[in-house]
Design a binder for this molecule. Structure first.
Ligand code: ADP
Ligand code: MG
Length: 469
């Protein structure tokens, strides 16, 4: 056994981090102690799994590339969670915890893993996050169907629903659920070949293989797996070469009864510039959507995340957060992270006042989002091939009036503006005009089933461009 000591690199990396990140950020997150080195890793100790998760998410790459620069070696950073007043545990990953369910709906088996098959026995799968497991996934009305289908698939990959496609807005748990399937298969089966990548990585790797003249290797790699997980397939829009390649990969895996799971930010029917034959393949198995969680589920998710942190957070505070943030789970998590970080930094318990004060901005942003009337006008104008000023202006021709009503309806749905404010924003109109527009659209929605999905598509587009500013 070699004896490795990378402590100098570690100390120097922290030194540099302190200068580069600043005292404040450093003090908040770098509560880390060096423990030991192995040939390819540095093991450090952190006080909670919350800390570990944050470090992994925000600073893992930063630290590892720093250490790489300093040492010239690819050294991983691994974490040992040692809670204060506890003997160190040898596992570098959390013990499987119990599933929390928002409602007791008798859903089977999410938390029932046989202890003898803990993930560490086989080592971590290089592409799967260890915390994206069924045990850590809270089931509610919004995701119960998807979660149970995912569970069924991980019991019998390749046979029940193939492919399985999870779609829905950002931060609703698509990646988490998809990787849970990967993790479950990875731990329960003897030697499964599991690949988990994003559509972007798939595309880049494919292009690189053409460049390197190694397409055969590429094909072999993806066509001989047991479970193929591809995240965010909306990225494939317009990428005809990669679509073609994925089409053939799909067929090979499908014929061999190998499981495929995809995620997408919208229903497959709304993807543009996607070849018909690939579209029909995606639609072939089971397509399930994730919705934003309701209040109960939001509370259950927050409680689950609180368990993983070292900080006590009262039910009252959990409810304040859950009440004010209804957009998605990622935003919920971010709010909690901010509070926990604050409380650890100032050594104070999180009270109702602290929560309200610290999250003031987050709460108001969550209500208004970054959605502006301007963005709505632009998206709707673009969609109907009108100009922005047509839509905002006074003209009442039918080809403009209809889209304008849709824009008003969307504004009413996704912003907090009053009808008076909206009338003003829409070229100085009266609030009754806005009310009339919304009524009209509601009537049309009852008669025209396609309108709903095109309005939802527009709303997504508005949120999408709004989140990029
Ligand atoms: P998406 O891929 O849909 O954008 P993610 O899977 O990345 O969303 O989820 C965003 C964050 O929310 C992740 O940290 C994930 O663990 C968490 N999350 C989402 N849904 C749940 C859930 N039902 N239970 C627990 N955590 C969740
Ligand atoms: Mg995702």
């Amino acid at each position: 056994m070699g004896s490795w000591n990378y402590r100098v690199f570690w100390d120097e990396a922290l030194n540099q981090a302190k200068t580069e990140l600043g005292e404040h950020e450093y003090a908040m997150w770098f509560n880390i102690e060096y423990v030991s080195s192995t040939e390819s890793s540095i093991v450090v100790q952190v006080p909670s799994s919350f800390y570990r998760d944050q470090l992994v998410r925000q600073y893992q790459n930063y630290l590892e590339s720093k250490i790489h620069e300093l040492s010239g070696k690819a050294i991983k950073v691994e974490y040992l969670v040692v809670k204060p007043n506890m003997a160190p545990s040898t596992a570098t990953h959390p013990a499987p915890s119990q599933a929390v369910q928002a409602k007791d709906e008798g859903q089977e088996g999410l938390g029932q893993r046989r202890p003898s098959l803990a993930p560490r026995e086989k080592g971590k799968h290089p592409q799967l996050r260890t915390d994206y497991t069924f045990e850590n996934f809270v089931i509610g009305d919004n995701n119960g169907f998807a979660a149970n289908a995912a569970l069924a698939i991980s019991k019998n990959p390749g046979t029940s629903y193939n492919p399985f496609l999870i779609y829905g807005g950002v931060g609703l748990g698509k990646t988490h659920l998809m990787q849970s399937i990967g993790n479950r298969v990875w731990t329960e089966q003897a030697k499964p070949k599991v690949i988990c990548i994003t559509a972007e990585e798939f595309t880049n790797e494919f292009i690189q293989s053409i460049h390197d003249k190694t397409t055969q290797n590429f094909k072999n790699k993806y066509r001989y797996v047991d479970v193929l997980l591809i995240d965010d397939i909306h990225f494939l829009q317009n990428k005809l070469g990669s679509q073609e390649e994925l089409f053939h990969t799909f067929n090979a895996l499908y014929d061999a009864n190998k499981q495929m799971v995809f995620t997408c930010d919208r229903p497959v029917s709304e993807l543009k510039n996607l070849s018909d034959r690939l579209r029909s393949r995606f639609e072939r198995g089971l397509n399930v959507d994730l919705q934003p969680p309701n209040f109960e589920t939001r509370c259950a998710i927050l409680k689950k995340k609180v368990e993983a942190s070292l900080v006590a957070v009262d039910q009252e505070v959990v409810e304040i957060i859950a009440k004010n943030i209804s957009t998605n789970v990622r935003d919920l998590e971010a709010a909690l992270t901010k509070l926990v970080a604050y409380s650890q930094l100032v050594h104070k318990d999180i009270t109702r006042e602290i929560a309200q004060n610290q999250l003031k901005d987050v709460f108001s942003q969550s209500k208004h989002g970054n959605v502006t009337i301007d963005n709505i006008l632009r998206v709707v104008a673009d969609h109907f091939k009108l100009s922005y000023s047509d839509l905002k202006g006074k003209k009442r021709t039918k080809n403009i009036a209809g889209p304008r009503q849709i824009a008003m309806y969307i504004a009413r749905e996704i912003t907090e503006y009053s009808t008076t404010e909206l009338g003003f924003e829409f070229g100085g109109r009266d609030h009754t005009t806005v009310m009339h527009a919304c009524q009209k659209i509601e009537e049309r929605l009852k008669l025209d089933p396609n309108l709903e999905s095109s309005i939802q598509g527009l709303i997504r587009a508005v949120k999408d461009i709004s989140s990029k500013v």
